[in-house]
Design a protein around this ligand. Structure first.
Ligand code: CDP
Ligand code: CDP
Length: 211
């Protein structure tokens, strides 16, 4: 028996932070599915291949290894932009979703975070969370992250970027970002990381009692 937890939501809502905390607490495997799109995009960029050829991008997507995906080597802005372009391609999504589904069956449990986990990748997940926060709060979080890392950041530019990413994620035809009908909404605009985790824990513990 495997317990699968699906965590979806827009950029910088706190999905990754919450997922890692849950995985650590329960000893579950975690997959940040955004990294699968980023790894595909990076492979295309590194090979000098076009980002608008679906067959070429699909081939790259099939070769992505889920083990060892590391956000620190995939975090470049250009990779994020390229990832969000190839994420609209149905053949790319099919290839990555297949690999994500295989991952979700690992024992004793898995946490997957992304945009379409509760709706498409794992529609039967035992717990589905849709994590949101206002675009202003999310842009501020990204801004703070860059400043904390010693970088220079422009809040207005980040805010525009967050809004554009939302439009692309929510507006695409294949697997748009939206809450699953049975997802629990968690608005973290005024919620710290620990409070969000406690809210998730109540739902996960209830699901664990049922299996
Ligand atoms: O994975 P996602 O893009 O949804 O967001 P994240 O990388 O988990 O979180 C983005 C930033 O917001 C991180 O620096 C978190 O520490 C911070 N955060 C926060 O301040 N309060 C929360 N409730 C959740 C995340
Ligand atoms: O770049 P950002 O932090 O907003 O997102 P990410 O989680 O690193 O994901 C990179 C790109 O992959 C985003 O533009 C998403 O649109 C896309 N993605 C997706 O389409 N489906 C997922 N399950 C996860 C990410």
């Amino acid at each position: 028996m495997t317990l699968t937890i699906a965590i979806d939501g827009p950029a910088a809502a706190g999905k990754g932070t919450l997922s890692r905390r849950i995985a650590e607490e329960y000893g579950f495997h975690h997959l940040d599915t955004g990294l699968t799109y980023r790894a595909t995009a990076k492979a295309l960029l590194d090979a000098g291949l076009p980002l608008d050829n679906e067959a070429v991008a699909e081939k790259m997507a099939r070769e992505v290894e889920l083990a060892g995906l590391d956000r620190s080597v995939l975090s470049a802005h250009a990779i994020g932009e390229a990832a969000s372009k190839i994420a609209v391609m149905p053949a790319v999504r099919r290839a990555l979703v297949n690999a994500q589904r295989d991952f979700s069956r690992k024992k004793p449990g898995t946490v997957l975070d992304g945009r379409d986990i509760g709706t498409v990748v794992c529609p039967d997940a035992a717990v589905k969370l849709y994590v949101t926060a206002s675009p202003e709060v999310r842009a501020k979080r990204r801004y703070d992250e860059i400043i904390a890392g010693g970088g220079a950041a422009d809040y207005a530019a980040i805010f525009e970027d967050v809004k554009q990413r939302d439009e692309r994620d929510m507006g695409r035809a294949d697997s748009p970002l939206k809450p699953a009908e049975d997802a629990h909404l968690l608005d973290t605009s005024e919620m710290g990381i620990e409070a969000a985790f406690q809210a998730a824990k109540v739902l996960i513990d209830a699901a664990l009692k049922k299996i």
